[in-house]
Write a protein that binds this ligand. Structure first.
Ligand SMILES: NC(=O)c1ccc[n+]([C@@H]2O[C@H](COP(=O)([O-])OP(=O)(O)OC[C@H]3O[C@@H](n4cnc5c(N)ncnc54)[C@H](O)[C@@H]3O)[C@@H](O)[C@H]2O)c1
Length: 258
């Protein structure tokens, strides 16, 4: 097992106990890391309730609101972590958004506003978060984000999220170049499909799960634990030579033809 004892990190994107961010949080906690979590504030406090309960289970040091569309929220997160820990070893960015109406049949009918919103939340947010949090990191710092094959292939109904993930993966390469001289690494994990709240917004997602399972090299879908343990590896010193990459954790689906 890879250890992360002594490391402190923040995870953005826990929405409920099915979120990929939550499985990453559980895996990092089991590996000995100390964690801060964020939640998306909403008027009904739905995410906050879930995240506070989940955070208790992993002894989260701090649980902060952070809507990545708000610069003030990002700054407040940076300030809190700076006061709390004064240092940071890793950041996990596991969040995305697309309007349901932009995940339909016609990609060309994507609204201007919907396209920009998907880009802003799902891709652009990695930039100000990295810019704000890397001053707390020293050599060995690690940034991870979550991507999907729809970045490089035209996946049915994924539509507006495809260009958003393409921008995200490209941003990973540019951030890796920017922060590399400081010894800070930036990578994306491209996971196979997993049933989560966001995934349920993609039309025919259950059919996608079944058809992918038949076509992967391993003849099954990826598990949440496998995504979690890859995140632990990327946050740990075991991956010290890896940066700017999109690591596929998809049971080999992306290499298969036919
Ligand atoms: N589920 C899959 O099949 C799959 C596969 C590959 C990649 N991913 C990616 O994994 C990541 C996590 O998604 P998930 O499947 O766990 O779904 P999820 O719905 O559990 O998580 C998405 C999170 O994004 C957050 N979010 C949305 N708008 C936000 C904003 N403005 N500010 C801050 N947070 C915001 C939500 O609160 C939620 O916690 C996403 O980037 C997704 O694209 C998912």
């Amino acid at each position: 097992m890879i250890h992360c004892e002594g490391k402190k990190g923040v995870i953005l994107g826990v929405g409920n106990n099915k979120s990929i961010a939550w499985f990453i949080a559980e895996a990092l906690h089991a590996a000995g890391a100390e964690l801060a979590l964020t939640y998306l504030p909403d008027p009904k406090g739905r995410f906050e309730r879930n995240v506070r309960k989940l955070g208790d289970a992993i002894n989260a040091t701090t649980i902060e609101p952070c809507d990545v569309r708000q610069d003030a929220d990002i700054q407040s997160l940076v300030d809190t972590l700076s006061n709390q820990w004064g240092k940071l070893d890793f950041m996990v960015h596991s969040l995305a958004f697309a309007e349901q109406s932009d995940l339909g049949d016609s990609f060309s009918a994507t609204s201007r506003e919907g396209f920009l919103k998907a880009q802003e939340i799902s891709a652009y947010s990695l930039l100000p978060l990295s810019g704000g949090l890397t001053p707390l990191m020293k050599e060995g710092g690690s940034i991870i984000t979550m991507s999907y094959l729809g970045a490089v292939r035209a996946v049915p109904s994924y539509n507006v999220m495809g260009p958003a993930k393409a921008a995200l993966e490209s941003s990973v390469r540019y951030l890796a170049r920017e922060f590399g001289p400081s010894g800070i690494r930036v990578n994306a994990v491209s996971a196979g499909p997993i049933k989560t709240l966001s995934a349920s917004g993609i039309k025919n997602f259950s059919e996608l799960l079944d058809s992918v399972a038949e076509r992967t090299a391993l003849q099954r879908n990826v598990t949440r634990e496998e995504v979690g343990s890859t995140a632990v590896f990327l946050c740990s010193d075991a991956s010290a030579g890896i940066t700017g990459q999109t690591i596929y954790v998809d049971c080999g689906y992306n290499v298969m033809a036919g």
